[in-house]
Design a protein around this ligand. Structure first.
Ligand SMILES: C[S@@+](CC[C@H](N)C(=O)[O-])C[C@H]1O[C@@H](n2cnc3c(N)ncnc32)[C@H](O)[C@@H]1O
Length: 445
């Protein structure tokens, strides 16, 4: 494909990603690649770079469009600006690529040309005059919350969300150890390095397809961000325990718990999405995890939860609530999601988090633990939810995560603030997705 034809494809895809009902970007790109077999791997990665680049830097792009009095923000003007911001094309390249011939986009309009000339005159695209949320490519309505959270560190923290996330793998210790898997991957031409914190993680040095490899097909690995691996390890699941994974989804953490328990004990994997639980079933089979029962719930207040509540049934040693959330910690991977978040959507998800926590807490045995995890960086989804829960539930207390860390990962320095009972992970500080982990112990009496 010519550079112009790649731009045309990217514009088509970006225009399909606008609006609240747009499909997820990764799915759209995968569907497009399947339907357009003529595109080679270099074309596909160039198109993906354009689409993801525009999604990642949409805040800055729209600001420059407005500042230069360009067209209303839409797929084509955004792509044109991104190509200059990202150093992918100078004005003369844009004029050449947009030839209007065959599959190339139509020539630049006078407005587009004027914007491109103004951008060409910018030295280094200085961010200092932009509001923090714009420079950090975050939804503007979150600006004050993010500044309150990160203070002087805000720009550094937000900038890390613009980078491409690495590919992390969790080694399935039911089947192999990390060194064996690393060697097998190297033999298949895939280089990796041990993850800095997780003792069962590998990070690819270069993005390569994994689904055709024997280690993947035989269930020796699962793609899983290192932060997610750490959250699962902090459940401190042990062989023989009874555990509920309340929001199990497609089983990312369920699989990790099953491996930690060495397939001994019982895990009940719940979710309101039957489709996700079904996908979990396939992954559990591949991983050789046999201790998991999958249980679809009608809602967090499903009758099953009441029946299995600790006061009737003795309860569970661990209840993991990997809560539905804004996903703001994963916006490196899913930058399209950040532009779909609204204040109402955030309020709704916070209400759901409290309700799920409240209901799942009934399952925790006295002396057991309720582990609340989100892949969000926002305080209102994390500390605020947990603090509100603790204020209402005198029978629970915050068990310092640093203590659990030193029991579970004694050879790795605790990466959080020891005075904080919870753990926050961020792309800027840890190279992981953004995660929050709180461990709430239930008192014995
Ligand atoms: C963050 S995802 C879970 C990811 C999964 N634990 C993993 O590690 O791959 C949150 C999950 O919560 C589920 N969920 C949403 N509302 C729920 C509810 N009311 N009760 C239980 N699960 C719910 C969603 O379907 C989604 O699968």
């Amino acid at each position: 494909m010519t550079p112009g034809a790649r731009m045309s494809a990217a514009i088509t895809l970006l225009s399909r990603l606008d609006g609240p009902d747009a499909p997820p970007a990764d799915k759209l790109l995968a569907d497009w690649a399947r339907a357009n077999r003529y595109a080679g791997s270099k074309d596909k990665s160039a198109i993906a770079a354009m689409v993801y680049g525009c999604l990642r830097r949409r805040g800055q792009i729209d600001w420059w469009l407005s500042r230069c009095k360009g067209d209303e923000p839409a797929a084509r003007p955004r792509l044109l600006v991104w190509m200059q911001l990202a150093g992918e094309a100078a004005l003369s390249d844009l004029e050449r690529f947009c030839s209007g011939e065959k599959f190339d986009p139509p020539p630049l309009t006078p407005v587009e040309k004027r914007v491109a000339v103004e951008l060409s005159a910018q030295k280094g695209f200085d961010l200092s005059c932009q509001p923090v949320s714009i420079g950090g490519n975050m939804p503007v309505f979150l600006e004050q919350d993010l500044i309150a959270l990160y203070g002087a560190e805000t720009s550094r923290q937000l900038a890390a969300h613009d980078a491409e996330a690495p590919v992390d793998l969790r080694v399935n210790t039911l089947k192999a150890d990390r060194d064996t898997v690393r060697a097998a991957l190297a033999e298949a031409g895939i280089d990796s390095a041990p993850t800095p914190y997780s003792p069962i993680g590998l990070r690819l040095t270069e993005r390569k397809p994994l689904s055709g490899t024997a280690v993947f097909k035989d269930g020796l690995i699962e793609p899983q961000d290192e932060g997610s691996q750490l959250a699962a390890l902090l459940v401190e699941a042990k062989p023989g325990m009874k555990i509920v994974d309340f929001c199990a989804g497609a089983g990312g953490k369920t699989l990790a718990l099953a491996a930690t328990m060495n397939n001994t004990g019982r895990i009940i994997a719940c979710d309101v999405s039957e489709a996700r639980l079904k996908r979990a079933g396939q992954r559990l089979k591949r991983a050789g995890a046999f201790l998991v029962e999958r249980r679809p719930l009608s809602s967090e207040r499903d009758k099953w939860v009441k029946r299995r509540a600790a006061r009737f049934d003795g309860g569970f040693d661990r209840v993991l609530v990997d809560a539905p959330c804004s996903g703001s910690g994963t916006w490196r991977r899913n930058p399209d999601q950040k532009w779909k978040l609204t204040p109402d959507g955030l309020a709704e998800v916070m209400q759901k988090q409290s309700s799920v926590l409240e209901s799942a807490a009934r399952l925790v045995a006295p002396g057991g633990r309720l582990i609340y995890v989100t892949c969000s960086i926002l305080k209102q989804e994390n500390e605020d939810r947990v603090d509100a829960f603790l204020a209402e539930h005198g029978d629970f207390y915050a068990h310092p995560v640093s203590e659990i860390w030193s029991e579970t990962l004694p050879d790795v320095a605790f990466p959080g603030a020891p005075e904080n009972p919870y753990l926050r992970l961020t792309p800027a500080d840890h190279g992981t997705d953004g995660f929050f982990v709180a461990v709430l112990g239930r008192k014995l009496t």
